[in-house]
Design a binder for this molecule. Structure first.
Ligand code: ATP
Length: 303
């Protein structure tokens, strides 16, 4: 399994502000990697550096085996990028935008139309073929922007906050698409400030706070760091009403026995049992010291 992205102490400073601070990470071939962090953490700056839109102040990076400083033109040709704000043209139609981007990426002329049609089909935008970009819905604009980023069949796709501002259905569709791209072997590097999105989509997550990685692990690995034994929730009934009992311990059997003993002692019946797993939110709070509200604060994402 090769490394598709490797950064070593990658740093970006704007004057006295360090937007990205000695970032060191590797992204494995074929995985979905999420950079998760609150607003201003440095997520967009990281993507901009890795895609040649911002020059690193210090540090190194290799993308698809190529050196970021020396081979940026080749890197740009080989990766797909979906920026936070679309880079497509308002006045061009869906189809024209795809053809334009195909030209830009040097897709052979005879293949352009077929690829554009296939992508319109895949993204269910066939009937919007001739509609100007500006007149598509927000979800369609995002879908077309992703489609455009795939026209040259990149092995690596960067997605900056892919679902910000999308309704639930469009966001779900886009997440499903990311899952399918992964199955096709495309490596996906995405940024998000949605914990749930990172938890659902990503193989591995880097928590980024003020330009620094505070944790980097699989979703389960991050959760395991906050696991302290087991937590069992037991619903007790005395015939009139129910009561919820939460018990924690190291062994599930002992916890259940304690719950049963307590029920018996109080003359109640156990009517429901569930075990609680730590969530990515628990991990986030523990690892960053930040409140979840910091992450949930809706961004004014314009698209
Ligand atoms: P968001 O989720 O809000 O997009 P982010 O994690 O993507 O946040 P960045 O956009 O990378 O964060 O910004 C990181 C920091 O760098 C912020 O403090 C931001 O103000 C600063 N910054 C970003 N771009 C520039 C720039 N061109 N000039 C000066 N400061 C910048």
């Amino acid at each position: 399994m090769g490394e598709v992205i490797e950064t070593t102490n990658l740093t970006k400073r704007y004057g006295s502000l360090t937007a990205v601070d000695r970032l060191s990470l590797s992204v494995h071939s074929g995985e979905v990697f999420a950079l998760l962090g609150p607003n201003g953490a440095g997520k967009t700056t990281t993507i901009r550096m890795l895609t040649g839109l911002a020059r690193p102040t210090a540090g190194q990076a290799r993308v698809l085996g190529l050196d970021l400083r020396r081979d940026i033109v080749r890197i740009k040709k080989q990766v797909g990028v979906v920026p936070e704000r679309s880079n497509l043209y308002d006045e061009l139609s869906a189809w024209e935008n795809l053809i334009f981007v195909a030209q830009l990426y040097g897709v052979p002329r005879r293949e352009r139309a077929a690829r554009a049609d296939a992508l319109l089909h895949r993204f269910r935008l066939e009937d919007k073929r001739d509609v100007p970009f500006a007149r598509l819905s927000r979800g369609m604009r995002r879908a077309l922007t992703v489609a455009a980023a795939l026209i040259h069949r990149p092995r690596l796709l960067f997605l900056d906050e892919p679902t910000v501002g999308l309704d639930v259905v469009s966001a779900h569709g886009l997440r499903a698409l990311i899952g399918r791209l992964r199955e096709e072997g495309v490596t996906v590097f995405l940024t998000t400030h949605y914990l749930e999105e990172a938890g659902r989509l990503a193989d591995r997550v880097a928590l980024l706070v003020q330009g620094r990685i505070v944790a980097l692990d699989t979703v389960n690995g991050l959760k395991a760091r906050v696991r302290q034994g087991v937590m069992v929730e037991v619903r007790l009934s005395d015939g009139n009403g129910e009561e919820l009992l939460r018990l924690q311990g190291t062994e599930i059997e002992a916890v259940l026995q304690a719950a049963l003993a307590r029920a018996r002692a109080e003359g109640k019946q156990v009517v429901g049992v569930s075990t609680l797993q730590p969530t990515l939110e628990d991990a986030f709070i523990k690892l960053t010291g930040l409140s979840v509200e910091v992450m949930l604060a809706e961004k004014g994402g314009r698209w």
